[in-house]
Structure formats: structure tokens, C-alpha cells
Design a protein around this ligand. Sequence first.
Ligand SMILES: [Zn+2]
Length: 316
Amino acid sequence: MSKIFLFPLNSRRTNRSSGSIDKQNPILANYYSYPPAFDTDRQNLPLSFDRPQTSHSLMNSHYDRNIKEKIDMCDETPENWSCFYGPLNDIFETKPKVVFLKNKEGYLFNEMEKFFLKAWKDLSKESDANITVREITRIENPQIFSNYTTERKNLLKRSTKEKIKLRETAVDLMVPSTLRQYLRLEINEKYLFHGTSRNKALIITNKGFDNRVASSGWFGKGIYHAHSPKFSHHYTGSENPRYMFLSRVLLGVAYDSTSHAGKSFTTPPCKTCKNTSCENVDHKKTFDSIIGNGSEYVVYNGLQCYPEYLFSYDYN
Ligand SMILES: [Zn+2]
């Protein structure tokens, strides 16, 4: 276990700001209100050719600091992890650790169990399903998280130059605020479900999601998540206990689709022509994800997902 601090834990905690939710958040508020209005002192300054340039660069540095702060925060483990914490670069342990919430963090287990059952009931017509949550584990895998956070930082940097349309999923507001606060909503980072077999759950816990071995679905060869646990349940096999991840997913700039993309399709569509197999060399950018039929969330790069929580449950 590596616990290396470059500065006291307390200062780190107070310096952190949450990624949630709305414009009440000072960082997001700054982000949305940029450029800041001129104050009266500045407006009254005599005009010169230099002045606007100076104040403009001041505004830029103010803006850049916010982005830089957000990007720096990506270099640390999530604040609520308990086996690994601090700067990711200082962690040399490569083996993941799992935290069994039922005994270790009972309050979080209760909150997440309630959330899981509510999301199941509210987002499907199955109100009388007999579900028993056996355990919820948090997967603390610094190596995979570090890869994930590289993608996260790239998106944050891009968000300074490119408008990312904010997306809402049906489960967004149900996710306990204790978890939601860690998301960077301005790049559409979401918590979403992914049901799978026991064996695949083990592989994903150790190695993360891998688009290279993803199976083909309606929207091609990608990694599929859903906002409804009932929907993801279809992929958990037929034997109890079932396994379902609550992953972080970076949707970035998402493309809405209802049409069959083709099973061999391995990247998101081209941003210019919306084609799934664009060969135009002048079309350089693709979307980051597909939202299929408003309920499935597909990414084509395994590093855009982090399998943070694993539910095991019985379904009868
Ligand atoms: Zn194209």
C-alpha cells in the first residue's frame, strides 16, 4: 500500500472542490460566467491601445487557473478511496484493491443499495422484482484510474476550446450525491450501469474495460452502459449472484442515434458527415460516444470508462 503525501491531507481536502452539479459550484459558476464582466474601475480607465490587451490576458489567466486547477485534481485518486490516496504518480502499487462496503463503509452501502433498488423500480416497469443486494465493492485500481484520468484531462483541456453539449441521463439525479460530487459534469462524466458475468467482472476489475475484446451490438463493437439497472441485468447471465458495475463513463461530445450502426463499427461517427465509416481525410474529428435510443451509452475506447463499484445481487 502506498500512501505518500506531498502536502497535508487536510489542505488537500479543503482545496478540493466538487464536480457537481450546477452553477452554484464556484468553479462551474466561473466557468459559465467567463468572460467576467468588467468592473467599474476598469471601465473608467483611460482608453489606450495596450489596456484591452492587458485586461484580456488577465481574464485568460484567471480562466486558465480554473481549468488548471480542475486538471490538477485529476492527477489524484478520488477523495473517498480508502486504500490508495494522494497523487496517482506517487502510487507504485499496481495490484487493485477492493473495499467491501457492507462492513467497511456501511453508510455508503445503505445509500447505494437504496439507489440501486430505486433506479431499478423507477426506470423499469418491474416494481415487484425480488432483488437482494449481497455486497457492493469499490474497486481501487490506480493503474486503470490513471489511464482513465488521462482521458478525463484531455477532455477538460478540449472543453476550453470546444463547446460540449451537456447531456442528462435518467439516472443522473438518483446517483447518491456522495458519489455525484466527484463527477466532472461539464465533460459529461456519468455514473452508469454495466451488467456482466462473474468471470468478466473479475477481468474488468483487474484490467479495466477493453474495447478490443468488446462484443458487437446494435451500435457496433463498443463498450455499452445503461442508465437502467434492469436493462443491464439482461447481460448478467442466469445464475445468482449477478454482477453489475456502476462505472464512471466519459461521454464527452455524444451523438444521438437510433439507427443500426453496423456490427463491425469500432469508432464513434464522424463529426462532419455523421458517417460511421468516414474515409474523408479532411474530416478529422469524431464524436466521443453514442447515446443509443436515449438509454444506451456506447464508447469505443476502454479508457473512457472506469469500473468503480461492483454490485453482486440475487434476482428471483
Ligand atoms: Zn466524415
